[in-house]
Design a protein around this ligand. Structure first.
Ligand SMILES: *Cc1c(COP(=O)(O)O)cnc(C)c1O
Length: 370
């Protein structure tokens, strides 16, 4: 049995410390704000190598709040990759802006710069740079394009905790960045949670106010904001997990290298790549094959859990029929039937990877690695 995700196993390892941290919040009734929240924000900003971190309620709110704080002209266009989770585009619409999907690169699964350039118009205001699956985007390319056209860059780091681009952690490589601590992410809370990071102090202040009713004092509000605070219990839970994050990212990279060494080299199996000048966050290890559903079933019959991210490209979702991008000849639009996420995570060993690789070799009738 190789599980896709095993949060119980992770909890069992952290149990004494985790139970004490949760009990402490309850005993002190420190449910909103408090020392645990600021401790987490400081520690997470340090980990991601960025000046400011604001804890918020989830990763989707994080994108919405970041967009609102950037004060883009109402109705302006925001470029979003055509393969991502819907949160990346949903937040754009919620913020009163217009989604324009751009294709992703077949090797990195991140924004295809040439396609982004083609889609720019006089109304373009920002780009959502999703470090999809944990692979860092071409930030130099995106930042150059942004500088040339006066665009803002929002890094969607929901899948990229610990990922690095040219030796720097993601989260401070654009104007503002957003993180999710949804339980299954590389760093997961025990419920919904998220964060926004930036090196811009003014923007950080504004985002903190937006997330907390536009507050300056308890009942003093400079403008209308919203309620999207990081829950005190979740902050305490994240404080217990954060010291382990680096070893978990390293483990994910070790497992990915084992996959790349052990999976068969056959025509109908495209393997992911690790960036030469950075570090993959490896939230997901995604391969492509025309026999995706068949392989998924084959692995399931052998007790190997897999996932699909994502089964329907964003432009093809009912929600985006109005954009009329569903039939565009984009890689994202035609590859969604071929994507398969093999299991990866801190619950796994190199031995588990060998089991998965053996089964994939058997499926493709490829000889064993040794
Ligand atoms: C998970 C995810 C989000 C949303 O995060 P939530 O905390 O679930 O709201 C946004 N973008 C991407 C790419 C994600 O994977």
């Amino acid at each position: 049995m190789v599980r896709f995700l095993d949060l119980q196993a992770q909890y069992r390892k952290l149990k004494p410390e985790m139970d004490a941290a949760i009990a402490d919040v309850i005993e002190n009734s420190r449910f909103i704000g408090g020392a645990g929240n600021s401790a987490f924000e400081l520690a997470f900003a340090a980990y991601q190598e960025v000046a400011h971190c604001i804890g918020v309620a989830n990763g989707t709110d994080a994108i919405e709040i970041a967009l609102e704080a950037l004060n883009l002209p109402a109705g302006s266009e925001v470029i979003v990759p055509a393969n991502s989770f819907i949160a990346s585009s949903e937040a754009v619409t919620r913020a009163g802006l217009r989604v324009v999907f751009a294709d992703v690169d077949p090797v990195t699964y991140t924004l295809d710069l040439d396609d982004v350039r083609r889609r720019l118009s006089g109304d373009s205001a920002a780009i959502i740079a999703v470090h999809l699956y944990g692979h860092p985007c071409d930030m130099d390319g995106l930042n150059a394009l942004a500088a040339e056209h006066g665009l803002k860059i929002i890094e969607d780091c929901a899948q990229a905790h610990g990922a690095e681009y040219k030796g720097r952690r993601v989260g401070g490589l654009g104007d503002v960045a957003t993180f999710s601590f949804y339980p299954g992410k590389n760093l997961g809370a025990y419920g919904d949670a998220g964060a926004i990071t930036t090196n811009d102090e003014g923007l950080a202040k504004r985002m903190r106010m937006i997330a907390n009713h536009g507050r300056t004092g308890k009942y003093d509000h400079q403008f209308e904001g919203r309620n999207s605070r990081l829950d005190g219990l979740q902050a305490a839970i994240l404080n217990v997990k954060l010291p382990h994050l680096e070893s978990w990212i390293q483990r994910r990279n070790e497992l990915a290298r084992a996959y790349l060494a052990g999976l068969p080299i056959v025509n109908d199996l495209a393997l992911p790549t690790l960036p030469a000048d950075g570090r993959h966050g490896l939230h997901l290890f995604v391969v492509r094959t025309s026999r995706r559903d068949e392989l998924k079933t084959f692995l399931a019959e052998r007790g190997i859990e897999t996932g699909v991210h994502y089964p329907i490209a964003l432009p093809k979702l009912e929600a985006y029929a109005y954009l009329n991008q569903q039939d565009e000849p984009m890689f994202a639009n035609r590859s969604d039937t071929t994507l398969l996420s093999l299991p990866i995570g801190d619950h796994m060993t190199v031995g588990d990877v060998a089991v998965v690789c053996g089964a994939v070799r058997e499926f493709f009738s490829a000889p064993s690695a040794d």
